[in-house]
Design a protein around this ligand. Structure first.
Ligand SMILES: Nc1ncnc2c1ncn2[C@@H]1O[C@H](COP(=O)(O)OP(=O)(O)O)[C@@H](O)[C@H]1O
Ligand SMILES: [Mg+2]
Length: 247
């Protein structure tokens, strides 16, 4: 479904992604594990196209020089330099790190805004799906997003991404800052999202909370792939255990 090959991303002369290749097959939940600064967000931005926007902005104002190389195929189509909105139309949607939501708008408004690229009927159906996956959001639909708890805002951020009707949902550290109980809840929700027919690529610093739900995973250090395998292989690898499972 998605095939990224030999991705290289430089910020000036600093290498954020170093010859990184990953693949996601239809129906999978795939994890990208890596500690702080490993390159997880850069990877997600490269796959979603945000990096193209960042690059254009930096080029215009003469800021940090961003260089992107490699190839990126989604359903057979090359899209490494395609705009994010074009990728959304094709079904790649990113739920960004640290849940950006419209804080002064309520939950329902946030979800409706997210449907701007889709028809009203489709948006309505998607919002029903979000409420099915996250019943708490239905109860809080009239509440201002800025007043939600961290976990609720994270659910809303994922909900917003779901309204855009992804075939492939990219989630950048969705469990960041949540309690272990909320992490477990959210991990279960990610599995339900996959069961709705949505393929998932998720980044995390720690493997433990998502290990039970993933099919495969990649471990990235300093922008480089250091290990890849099935859930079982990740769970049994000594280095992965030590660095990402705290065993
Ligand atoms: N806009 C940017 N300008 C310069 N360097 C950046 C920028 N964004 C990320 N980097 C660098 O790229 C590397 C990877 O960062 P990032 O992708 O945010 O890692 P992670 O999400 O895994 O914490 C880091 O060394 C970071 O400092
Ligand atoms: Mg990050």
């Amino acid at each position: 479904m998605l095939e990224a090959k030999n991705l290289m991303v430089f910020f000036e002369n600093a290498l954020a992604l170093n010859d990184l290749s990953i693949e996601v097959r239809e129906g999978e939940i795939v994890a990208v594990l890596g500690s702080n600064s490993a390159g997880k967000t850069t990877l997600m931005n490269t796959l979603s196209g945000l990096i193209v926007d960042m690059k254009r902005k930096e080029d215009r104002k003469g800021g940090v020089r961003i260089t992107v190389m490699g190839s990126l195929h989604f359903k057979g189509e090359e899209m490494l330099f395609m705009k994010p909105s074009e990728r959304v139309k094709r079904g790649i949607v990113l739920s960004q790190e640290r849940h950006p939501v419209f804080r002064d708008s309520d939950v329902m408004e946030n979800l409706k805004i997210a449907g701007f690229l889709r028809s009203r009927a489709e948006t309505k159906a998607r919002i029903e799906l979000v409420f099915k996956l996250f019943p708490v959001l239905k109860r809080l639909k009239g509440r201002r997003a800025g007043l939600l708890s961290g976990g609720e805002q994270q659910m809303l951020a994922i909900g917003i991404a779901l309204v855009a009707n992804p075939h492939l949902l990219l989630m950048d550290e969705p469990l960041l800052g949540l309690s272990p109980m909320l992490q477990a809840d959210l991990a279960r929700a990610i599995k339900e999202i996959r069961n709705e027919g949505i393929t998932v690529l998720v980044t995390e610093q720690f493997a433990r909370p998502i290990l039970p739900i993933i099919d495969r995973g990649y471990v990235v250090e300093n922008g480089m792939l250091v290990f890849q395998g099935t859930r079982q292989e990740l769970a049994e690898n000594p280095e992965v255990k030590a660095a990402y499972l705290g065993l």
